[in-house]
Write a protein of this length. Structure first.
Lengths: 401, 401
C-alpha cells in the first residue's frame, strides 16, 4: 500500500541510463511497484557513469534516477531466466523498455509476444527514432538527438554556434513523456480492460518540442517570415551581469517596461518608438536586451532586486547549481531530505515536486544495489528455494545483497 | 468520439502563454475535449506574442499550442459569466489553471470552492513556486525559473557564463509534467470515484530535473566531490565543426573509442592512459573532446559519417531549425502535415509524436479564434438563446466567429 496515485500498479522496467529510468522513477515516486530487470555483467551502465560514488556500481546519478525501485538480475538468454521474465510479465500492468525494436523482437519481448502472455499489459517502447522512418533502429545517445532535433540548432541561431544543453535533456524529457503516456494508457485500460502498445520516439518527441516553440512564422504555408521566436533567440537572452553577480529581469507589459526605464535612469526610452509597446519591444528584442545589459552593471544584484520590487518590475536572482543546495524556498518546502542508505550511508534526496492531495507515496525505497531483490522477487513469482539456488548457480539469475 | 486514450475526458482550461496550454494541448491531442476559457479584452496573451501571423490574435505560436481546443470568452467578474463557469465545472473531469493561488482563491476557483460544485473534479494548479515556501505567489516567467532552478547555472559551469536555453523550456517541461500528473489522477479516480487537487510548482519541478542530473558526488553527505556531471559540463560538449558543417560523434565504450582513434589517424591514443577505459575517458572528458575537435575539421560531415558508419562509431549529422522542415526521417513518419485553417489558410501541423496502438484521436480541431465557440458551448450548458444574447450584450460573454 504505497499511498500514491499509482498504488498497486506493477511495472517491469527493462531500461538503462536516463530515458527509461526517469520514466519508471516517476511511476515509482507516484506509488507504482517498479521491478528493474538488469542484465548480468554489471547491469545498468548508469551505475558506473559519472564521478562520485562510495562503492562500485552505485554512482550518485544512478541513485538519483533509481530510487523507489527493486532490482533483479536475470539472464534472459537462459531458459530459466526467460521463464522468470515471463512470470514477471504475466503479473504486470506495465512493461517499459528502451531497447532497440529489432533487438527487443529478437529477445521475444515485443508487444505481440508479451500480449500473448498478458493481454492487459501496457507495453511502452521508448525508441530513438519512430519505427516507420529511415532512422529506425539507429543507435542514439542524448547528444545525437540534441544534434538532430533542433535543440542544438536553437543555440546556433542565438549565439552563432550549435551547442548542447548541458543535461541529458532529450532523454530526460522523453522519459517524462513516456510516464505521461503510460498514465493515459492506464486510465483507458480501466475503461476498456484491454492492454496497449505505446511507442515514444525521442527524435519526434523533441522535434515536436522544439518546433512548437520555433516554427513561428513558418507555421503558415507559404511562410509569413522566418522560423524562430526572435525574443528567445536574442544573444542577450540570459541572466545579465550586475556589479556583483547576475540578475534576471523581465519587464513585459508597458507598465513594467516604463517602470524599468525610470528605475534605470532612462526615462527618455518610454517614448522611443522601438520600445513604446509590447509589439515594438518584441520586434526590437535585441535592442531592448542591450538597454538592460548596459543598465544592470551599475548596481549590485541586491540593490536592483530592491529597486525592481518597489517599482513592481518582475525580477529574480540567479542560482548556480550549488546555490540550489541552500535556496531558502527549497528549504521551506522540504525539497532536500536526508536518508540513510543501507549500504551507501547518508545521502541527499529530492522531494517529489508534484503533490497530490488525494495521497502520496508514503514508504520510500533506497536505490537498489545490483540484484538486491533477486531472491525476494523470484520467491514472489512462485519459484521454490531449490530452483532459486539452481538459477543463481547457473547464472540465470544473480544477486548482490 | 475522439478515439484517443483520453476520449470522453472534459477539461476546463484556464491557462495562458505556454505552461498551461502545452499541458492542455497534450490532453487534447490524446482525445480530451478541452474548453479554453479566455478573459475579455483579448484572451491569451500568446495570441499576440511572437512574430508571424496572418490576422490579429492568431500568432503561429498560439496556433501550435492551442490546436484541438475550443475557446469561450467569459467575464467571470460578472455573475452570469461566473454562472457559466460554474456550469462548465459541474460537467468537467479536469480543471487546469496557471493563475497565482491567491488570485485563484479570490476568483472563487480554488479547489475547495470547485470541489463543492463537483466532488469528482481533478483540480490542477500549475504554480511558479510551491505554496508552502517563501516565494509563493511571486510572479514568474520562464526565464525567472531558468535563472533560479539551475538551468542557467549549467551553462555557467560549462562555458563560464549563465545562459538560458533558447526555448521557454521550464514552462514547456512543467506543462508536460502537469499533463502527466492529470493522467495519474484520472487513473486513480477510476478506482476511488473521488476528485483530487494537484499542485505542480515550476521551480521545484525544474530544480528536481536539474539536480537529478547534476547533484553528482553531492548526492552523498558529506559530498564525495563537487556537484555536476563533468562530461556534460565540458566546454566542448557540442556538435563539432567539420570542414563544411557540424557533426555529433559519441564513441562511448572501448570498442567505439578505439575505432574512433583509428578512424581519425590517432592510433597511439588507444594506449594513452587518459583514454584507455570508459572511466578514464569520463575523468578526462575535456581532453577527449579536444581530440575530437582537432580531428573533425579535417573532412566534411558526409565523409566522416561514412567513415564512422563503417567503423561502427555512433555519429549523426546536425539539423538547424530550418533543416527539420525537410528532414527525411520526419518525412517518412508523416511528422509534417498541412491543414486548411478556416480563417488562417494553409498551415503546417506537427504530428502527435507518441503513438497508442489502442487508438489515437481521429478528428482534429483548428486552433480557435478568440471566443469562436462561445455560443456553442453556452448552448451545451443549457443557456437558452435569449440568455445567451443578453450575456453577449452585457459582456459576460464574448464571441468572434
Amino acid at each position: 500500500m504505497s499511498g500514491g496515485p499509482l498504488e498497486g500498479v506493477k511495472v517491469i522496467d527493462l531500461t538503462t541510463v536516463v530515458v527509461g529510468p526517469i520514466c519508471t522513477r516517476t511511476l515509482a515516486d507516484q506509488g507504482a511497484d517498479v521491478v528493474k530487470v538488469e542484465a548480468p555483467g554489471g547491469g545498468d551502465i548508469l551505475r558506473y557513469l559519472a564521478a562520485g560514488s562510495r562503492s562500485p556500481a552505485m554512482s550518485g546519478k544512478f541513485i538519483n534516477f533509481n530510487r523507489n525501485k527493486r532490482s533483479i538480475v536475470l539472464d534472459i538468454k537462459q531458459p530459466e531466466g526467460m521463464e522468470a521474465m515471463k512470470r514477471l510479465i504475466a503479473g504486470a500492468d506495465v512493461f517499459v523498455s528502451n531497447v532497440r525494436p529489432a533487438a527487443l523482437k529478437r529477445a521475444g519481448l515485443d508487444y505481440e509476444s508479451l500480449s500473448a502472455i498478458n493481454p492487459r499489459l501496457i507495453h511502452c517502447g521508448i525508441v530513438a527514432f519512430g519505427t516507420d522512418g529511415r532512422y529506425a533502429n539507429r543507435p542514439a545517445y542524448d547528444p545525437v538527438i540534441q544534434s538532430l532535433s533542433g535543440v542544438a540548432g536553437t543555440f546556433q541561431r542565438a549565439i552563432g554556434e550549435p551547442r548542447f544543453v548541458p543535461m541529458v535533456m532529450t532523454d530526460h524529457i522523453t522519459g517524462l513523456v513516456s510516464a505521461q503516456a503510460i498514465g493515459f494508457a492506464l486510465y483507458r485500460r480501466e475503461k476498456t480492460g484491454v492492454g496497449e502498445s505505446i511507442e515514444v520516439p525521442m527524435f519526434e518527441s523533441m522535434a515536436s518540442f522544439v518546433m512548437s516553440e520555433h516554427l513561428g512564422a513558418a507555421t503558415f504555408d507559404p511562410p509569413e517570415g522566418p522560423t524562430g521566436d526572435g525574443r528567445l533567440l536574442s544573444p542577450d537572452y540570459r541572466p545579465l551581469p550586475t556589479k556583483d553577480g547576475y540578475l534576471t529581469v523581465r519587464p513585459n507589459n508597458n507598465k513594467q517596461a516604463f517602470a524599468f526605464f525610470d528605475a534605470v535612469g532612462r526615462p527618455e526610452l518610454k517614448t522611443d518608438p522601438r520600445f513604446e509597446s509590447s509589439i515594438s519591444r518584441t520586434i526590437n528584442a535585441a535592442d531592448y536586451f542591450k538597454v538592460q545589459v548596459e543598465a544592470l552593471t551599475q548596481k549590485t544584484t541586491a540593490e536592483w532586486l530592491e529597486i525592481f520590487a518597489k517599482a513592481d518590475v518582475p525580477a529574480a536572482g540567479y542560482n548556480s547549481i550549488d546555490d540550489l543546495l541552500t535556496d531558502p524556498h527549497l528549504q521551506d518546502v522540504g525539497f532536500w531530505n536526508f536518508d540513510e542508505h543501507p549500504t551507501e550511508g547518508r545521502i541527499r534526496r529530492t522531494r517529489t515536486p508534484v503533490t497530490f492531495r488525494g495521497g502520496m507515496r508514503q514508504e520510500t525505497l533506497p536505490a537498489p544495489r545490483l540484484g538486491k531483490q533477486t531472491r525476494e522477487i523470484l520467491g514472489e513469482l512462485g519459484f521454490d528455494d531449490a530452483t532459486i539456488e539452481s538459477m543463481l548457480a547457473s547464472g540465470a539469475a544473480e544477486e548482490n545483497s
